[in-house]
Design a binder for this molecule. Structure first.
Ligand code: URA
Ligand code: CA
Length: 433
């Protein structure tokens, strides 16, 4: 097989076969096929697209390019959740113990974050003693025993995707639906998911700013999952403003604890109940979405969700007393209020700009090497549609420095107040099954 012929085939809009796709991915992973040929191919894919069969083969070839996690020793259907990323997205911290409390096995492989805040692991590490350095045997035992464990990401998961993503980043081919869809799905499949629930974000703070593009991406991922035998469902949810109130690592842990007690922000709770219901349904722990939702609400009300969180934290070295005594979490030295400059209604909270403000405080990593400050971040006191009066606090800034002029400026730029009433945005736009 000559790579040049395969590029030509895709360039001319023809369908690549399973063998051809596997040849390309294997050759690229082991270095036999150079970057320049793959660049030409990804550009051809960008313009010509891929058929359903091609997307599914590309996904499976990338999933098989490195380590794959075998979760077959865990009883039950392993359902994973993936979010396409947003600002202050605390859903994983809530969902993992929530669905585990109703018996869904959660074997979560997570990474550290690059961007506005840390990843799930960074957030969990704000709990004193908690660690994810467990071996795969222990990981499986813990999931069987407690229904929930979190392990750090294997360094050699989907190396083909890592190389391809880096190449796409510098060849203007990131924004291709078949390439994004197969990239995301390959990682979930390599990590051992039997079924997958996707939360595709849409709006200013999201990767996909446009609702129709978000739907197309969600549909592409759902189709891939179903073709390769992993039941997959997706929702399209709002990221025009940050989710919940907290943006920052320890602050989001607090928010997650509140939500597991039924005392969290309503949007975060609703999103978790929606995604959680799909997870429970796919894990066959309920026969309908209504039954699934009722089960989730029950474990919030009867305390089983919080209890599951404590057991999970303790099993991985964490201090479970932080759940009842949140002062034991890292605290920032200073708290400043961002005061409204006039009366009116909140019309905009540009999510990615707010995320950048949190990063300026030290909540996120600008580069892979940056160190995160787990204590700092932002707590929104208002969301889109809320009424404000001049002088009222819009945001509480948790900082370890008194020099926050740049942060203030960024926040004022991203929070707009208008004179007339504003309707809050819809939280969930669509469901794709
Ligand atoms: N996220 C991914 O994991 N892959 C992409 O291609 C885009 C976003
Ligand atoms: Ca949040």
């Amino acid at each position: 097989m000559r790579m040049v012929d395969l590029i030509e085939k895709k360039r001319d809009g023809k369908e690549l076969t399973k063998e051809e796709i596997h040849h390309i991915i294997n050759g690229y992973t082991n270095g036999d096929i150079p970057d320049y040929q793959i660049s030409a191919l990804t550009m051809a894919i960008y313009f010509q697209g891929m058929t359903d069969a091609e997307r599914a083969e590309l996904t499976m070839a990338m999933a098989a390019s490195g380590d794959t996690i075998d979760l077959s020793e865990i009883e039950g259907i392993k359902v994973d959740k993936h979010s396409t990323g947003g600002v202050g997205d605390t859903t994983t911290l809530v969902l993992a113990p929530l669905v585990a409390a109703v018996g869904v096995p959660v074997a979560k492989m997570s990474g550290r974050g690059l961007g506005h805040t840390g990843g799930t692991i960074d957030k969990l590490e704000s709990i004193p003693g908690f660690h994810v350095e467990i071996d795969s045997k222990q990981f499986i035992e813990l999931v069987n025993k407690n229904k929930l464990a979190v392990i750090g990401q294997s360094g050699n998961l989907t190396p083909a995707d890592k190389k391809l993503y880096a190449l796409r980043d510098v060849t203007a081919t990131v924004n291709s639906i078949p390439l994004i869809a197969s990239s995301i799905m390959s990682k979930k499949i390599a990590a051992g998911a039997d079924a997958i629930v996707l939360d595709v974000k849409t709006g200013a703070g999201a990767f996909m700013k446009d609702i129709e593009d978000s739907k197309t991406l969600a549909k592409a991922m759902v189709d891939i999952g179903n073709i390769v035998g992993r039941r997959t469902m997706a929702i399209i949810s709002d990221m025009s403003q940050p989710l919940g109130y907290a943006i920052g690592n320890a602050l989001e842990v607090k928010e997650a604890i509140d939500t597991l007690r039924g005392k969290g922000p309503k949007d975060l709770e609703e999103l978790c109940l929606t995604l959680g219901s799909y997870m429970v349904l796919l894990a066959e722990k309920a026969v309908s979405l209504e039954e699934a939702r009722l089960k989730l609400k029950t474990v919030i009300e009867n305390g089983k969700a919080i209890e599951t969180l404590k057991v999970f934290l303790e099993a991985q070295g964490g201090d479970p007393t932080v759940v009842d005594d949140q002062d034991r979490l890292p605290q920032a030295k200073y708290m400043f209020e961002l005061e409204a400059q006039h009366d009116g209604y909140i019309s905009e909270i540009v999510a990615d700009a707010v995320g950048t403000a949190a990063m300026l405080l030290g909540a996120g990593r600008a580069t892979k090497e940056s160190k995160i400050d787990l204590a700092v971040g932002l707590v929104l006191n208002k969301k889109i549609g809320d009424k404000v009066t001049k002088g009222e606090s819009l945001v509480t800034i948790h900082s370890n420095t008194e020099k926050i002029d740049e942060v203030r400026e960024k926040l004022y730029e991203s929070i707009k107040i208008t004179a007339s009433e504003v309707k809050p945005p819809k939280l969930i736009y669509a469901t794709i099954e």
